[in-house]
Design a protein around this ligand. Structure first.
Ligand code: SAH
Length: 259
């Protein structure tokens, strides 16, 4: 059966994308295979796509007929950027376009989707949120690391590392005391600080740990080490953004499950 036939059998009917509406969508971690049907359909209908740095070329290729607007933000720039993006979304919507706001992963997972949605609510602009596969879950699976494993963990913490070492940081020592694995977005730059704080919270230096760069894409690289050595090993391998950090016993499963 062809893919087109399969979709027909699904009896999948996309919602109408109306002019003046904004759809806030997640493109997943990069692999086009991780797109949802809703996002695929929205890409074909949108008049304009306002996309982030993490959205892959392969995904944008689908929206070739639409106006493409890059709204990338890399590493903690001031919030005026965010205001500017929001203003552009509102402007396009007022102009009667079907606006697809496309973010990497899931729009409500460390993607400032909540803030953009709030701004749309305040302007009275009709919008809808299309979930995406968040990079932590897809990235772990793609790197042969189960997010949960009986006998190893009963929870998994998804955290952001961008504020590590600042007054606004979360309590890493408290997370360490849960004994549950932590998956960290935006943490590469602060990895030495995060690792030190998790260790200070009582997490053993031998705890398995990994970084996954460009998860689910042909550029994916995985470095496996321990809590004590991960920062050094990642630097040695010259790992860069985007990368996820995962710290906890689940990482040890990769040795057996890797394909
Ligand atoms: N909304 C996104 C997260 C945005 S924050 C989501 O749900 O995935 C940006 C961070 O996401 C990056 O710094 C990185 O930690 C992570 N990330 C996103 N895509 C990634 C990928 N393909 N590989 C590794 N990390 C990724």
């Amino acid at each position: 059966m062809s893919l087109a036939d399969a979709i027909t059998r699904l009896d999948y009917r996309p919602r109408d994308f109306l002019p003046g509406h904004v759809w806030l969508a997640g493109a997943g971690p990069g692999d086009p295979g991780c797109l949802t049907l809703d996002v695929l359909s929205a890409l074909t209908d949108a008049d304009c796509v306002v996309y982030d740095a993490l959205v892959s070329e392969a995904v944008l290729e689908i929206a070739r007929g639409a106006e493409l607007h890059f709204a990338g933000k890399r590493g903690g720039k001031p919030s005026t950027d965010q205001e500017d993006i929001t203003k552009r979304l509102i402007g396009f919507a007022w102009a009667g376009k079907r606006v697809l706001r496309l973010k990497g992963g899931d729009p409500y997972m460390f993607g400032r989707g909540g803030e953009e949605a709030l701004a749309l609510v305040r302007e009275g602009i009709p919008f809808r949120v299309l979930p995406g596969l968040t990079s932590a879950l897809a990235g772990l699976a793609g790197a042969s690391i189960p997010a949960t494993m009986r006998g190893i963990n009963k929870a998994v913490v998804l955290a952001t590392g961008h504020a590590a070492g600042t007054d606004e940081d979360l309590d890493w020592a408290a997370l360490a005391r849960t004994g549950q694995p932590v998956v960290i977005y935006m943490g590469l730059k602060n990895l030495p600080i995060i690792a030190a704080q998790l260790a200070a919270g009582g997490l053993a230096a031998e705890t398995p740990a990994a970084v996954i760069e460009h998860a689910t894409t042909p550029r994916e690289r995985v470095v496996v080490a321990t809590l004590g050595t991960l920062a050094e090993e990642a630097a040695r391998a010259d790992i860069g953004a985007p990368a996820l950090i995962v710290i906890g016993g689940i990482v040890s499963m990769r040795a057996e499950l890797r394909r």
